[in-house]
Design a protein around this ligand. Structure first.
Ligand code: ADP
Ligand code: MG
Length: 346
């Protein structure tokens, strides 16, 4: 990936030189960050809020493929994906730690690219980088991100609070990240067979962005606060709508009914899925990596939310014995499955 660029050997800087080089640009913005990088541990202070913590571990070849993920995007996405978990608790993220395991094939310039993405995400979402760890890795790139966020106790939203009759809402649109991945995989195969052919991603920018540059929905957390709505349950859509709905239902000991025609799917996602011969609804249900927020609200809150174009109401919570169901466009009732590929294939 860096064959034609300048390569500075990491050994030239040493571990401390590297950490300093990578992190010296990052500034501290939050009062809760008492001490950031530079000591044995970071120090945080939050007298009146509950503290939310979430960690992700990302392994090359398992969670990302450097053949088509630019390093800057990787740094950016690693942070976003982790912040998304804090937003899914209805909290505001303020700090991250960022840890990397680097193989010797990585020059300084490659690590700098990753940190450019980290910096971009921190600037955009008002996050302090307060620490991390740096190590060599014998096999592939390893990234771990931990996010720290805050919320008043009464505002924290768990997965287990959905009640019968609550409305099921989802932000943005679904399935795009998965369809974007299919396009990237296809172009990678073509490239592997003939490296002279340039990737043809024209007209696919939105779904490629959904895959490479997802954004945590902090804006939805802000919007809910503005509307004075505290959802009864919430989760972020990392594994597909079906699986997340089932998490909420299982933990809340409830069932649900959603309507296929209400599931928000962007036209580009829809058309590209059709081109590839896959069902767009299946992409939304089982695709994953959309990082939208899925939440339930009391019916009494409906009026405050109904005009928001970025939130779709896709169904309602039922009793547990009814199970998790989807009413298809042709009015057939399907049972939702976490891996519903065969069940929904047309
Ligand atoms: P320790 O030996 O206690 O693990 P380090 O020398 O690894 O400490 O880290 C020194 C400081 O630099 C710490 O504040 C740590 O959190 C921070 N740090 C280390 N690696 C990274 C990294 N990749 N990104 C950001 N901060 C880092
Ligand atoms: Mg260390």
């Amino acid at each position: 990936m860096f064959e034609n660029k300048e390569r500075t050997d990491l050994a030239e800087l040493g571990e401390f030189g590297l950490i300093d080089h990578l992190t010296s640009n990052f500034k501290i913005r939050h009062q809760t960050s008492v001490k950031g990088i530079g000591d044995d541990a970071a120090v945080l202070n939050s007298p009146d809020k509950q503290v939310l913590i979430s960690t992700d571990l990302l392994l090359e070849g398992v969670h990302f493929d450097l053949a088509y993920v630019p390093l800057m995007h990787l740094g950016y996405k690693a942070v976003q994906v982790n912040l998304s978990d804090i937003y899914a608790m209805n909290g505001i993220a303020s700090q991250i730690t960022f840890s990397i395991g680097l193989s010797s094939k990585f020059p300084l310039e490659a690590v700098e690219e990753i940190y450019k993405g980290v910096e971009l995400a921190c600037n955009q979402f008002n996050i302090d980088l307060i620490g991390g760890d740096t190590s060599s890795s014998k096999q592939g790139l390893v990234i771990s991100v931990t996010s720290i966020g805050y919320a008043a106790a009464a505002d924290v939203v768990y997965r287990n609070g959905a009640n019968e009759g609550d409305l099921i809402c989802v932000s943005g649109d679904l399935g795009g990240a998965y369809v974007g991945l299919q396009i990237l995989e296809r172009e990678k195969q073509i490239f592997l067979e003939n490296p002279k052919i340039q990737p043809d991603l024209e007209g696919k920018d939105y779904i490629i962005e959904r895959q490479l540059k997802p954004e945590g929905r902090r804006d939805i957390v802000d919007l809910l606060a503005q509307m004075k709505i505290v959802p009864t349950s919430m989760i972020d859509v990392s594994d597909g709508l079906a699986s997340e709905l089932m998490h909420i239902c299982k933990q809340s000991e409830k069932g649900c009914t959603i309507y296929e025609e209400k599931i928000p799917i962007d036209p580009m996602t829809y058309e590209t899925a059709r081109e590839l011969g896959i069902d767009p609804t299946v992409c939304a249900l089982n695709g994953g990596e959309d990082y939208e927020l899925l939440f339930t609200i009391k019916q009494a809150d409906y009026d405050r939310l109904k005009h928001d174009v970025d939130i779709s109401i896709i169904g309602h919570i039922t009793d547990q014995p009814s199970g998790c169901r989807m009413v298809s466009k042709s009015n057939v009732v399907h049972e939702l499955k976490a891996q519903g590929w065969s069940a929904f294939k047309k």
